[in-house]
Design a protein around this ligand. Structure first.
Ligand code: C2E
Ligand code: MG
Ligand code: MG
Ligand code: MG
Length: 299
């Protein structure tokens, strides 16, 4: 390949200096086409109410079905998409697709007579939780985009969903980096009753005084702490501290990466409201998620 591009002497140089950059460039190009070619899809992972064992909602997780690369996980392309800005159109697609799926589930439940008439848009009534929530990851770059609120308004209007069914997940780092503009955006979202979660909590640096002033509903404790909590006293203490902090700030908690019954028991003992992890289910495609949800005794 290098030879056709300019002779054998460049081959070593190219391999050593450029292969990483070239691969990145190719990934970038492919990524820009991925949306157009409809190669992206969403998987859904249930979030379980640890009191009742029921599915409280799903988190939408993007996947890339690439013709040559195969099934690509977000860890490989989200950072690239964030760097090049293609995360903005991609994130817009994710939001719309996730809401469209949630609306479809709502329609299904309505047609089965399982949504009470006073909860037509899926909203919680009299302090009860919303019917089923959809959590969507929002990257820092998207978060700084002033068009985000209008775009979400449009989607809510199109789907007829209550804002309270939608939960946006923003990493601790992105929230803290976005400074003052973040606060005003978060308040605009809260006006629409949209729920807000801090993702991967514990891995970044949070200013507690700022955290207290932001209208956050949920802390998601990072998987790294949950996975070590049964074997490492220190991690258990971190999890306990995060849960106490959240409760003191009037937030609830989702533990990420719950894989064992021991972790589940510990989280329950610590009054953690919700859990997400392979113990309950891996992220699955929409059809499997529908089956999973239909099989749960929700009524
Ligand atoms: P995240 O938002 O913290 O999502 C949770 C990740 O943990 C998911 O990885 C999920 O598959 C994985 N996970 C859940 N339970 C377990 C478990 O019990 N054990 C283990 N080992 N892993 C578990 P995934 O789907 O590969 O996504 C990785 C990250 O990529 C996400 O982390 C999120 O930051 C980002 N991401 C995914 N989809 C999107 C998206 O649509 N937009 C943006 N901006 N970021 C996304
Ligand atoms: Mg997340
Ligand atoms: Mg997370
Ligand atoms: Mg995480």
């Amino acid at each position: 390949h290098a030879k056709t591009m300019g002779g054998g002497r460049t081959a070593v140089f190219e391999r050593q200096m450029h292969s990483g950059a070239l691969a990145m460039l190719q990934l970038e190009t492919d990524l820009r086409l991925a949306l157009k070619r409809q190669e992206l899809l969403l998987y859904y992972q249930p979030i379980i109410d640890l009191k009742t064992g029921q599915i409280a909602g799903f988190e939408a997780l993007v996947r890339w079905q690439h013709p040559r690369r195969g099934f690509v996980l977000p860890g490989e392309f989200i950072p690239v998409a964030e760097g090049t800005g293609s995360i903005v159109p991609m994130g817009a697609w994710v939001l719309e697709e996730a809401c469209r799926q949630l609306q479809q589930w709502h329609e299904r439940w309505k047609s089965l007579g399982l949504i009470p008439p006073n909860r037509e848009r899926g909203e919680g009534v009299g302090g009860s939780a919303p019917f089923l929530t959809m959590s969507v990851n929002v990257a820092g770059v998207q978060f700084g985009n002033p068009g985000l609120v209008d775009y979400i308004d449009q989607i809510l209007q199109q789907t007829g969903l209550s804002g309270s069914c939608l939960k946006l997940e923003i990493t601790e780092t992105a929230i803290m980096a976005a400074a003052e503009s973040a606060a005003s955006l978060l308040h605009q979202l809260k006006k629409r009753q949209i729920q807000l979660s801090i993702d991967d909590f514990g891995t970044g640096y949070s200013s507690l005084s700022r955290l207290q002033r932001l209208p956050i509903d949920t802390l998601k404790i990072d998987r790294s702490f949950v996975s070590r909590m049964s074997s490492e006293a220190e991690s258990l203490e971190i999890v306990r501290t995060c849960i106490d902090l959240a409760h003191n700030l009037d937030m609830d908690v989702v533990a990420e990466g719950v894989e064992t019954l021991e972790q589940l028991a510990q989280l329950r003992a610590l009054q953690c409201e919700s859990g997400q992890g392979y113990l309950f289910s891996r992220p699955v495609d929409a059809t499997t998620a529908t089956a999973l949800w239909m099989s749960m005794p929700q009524w």
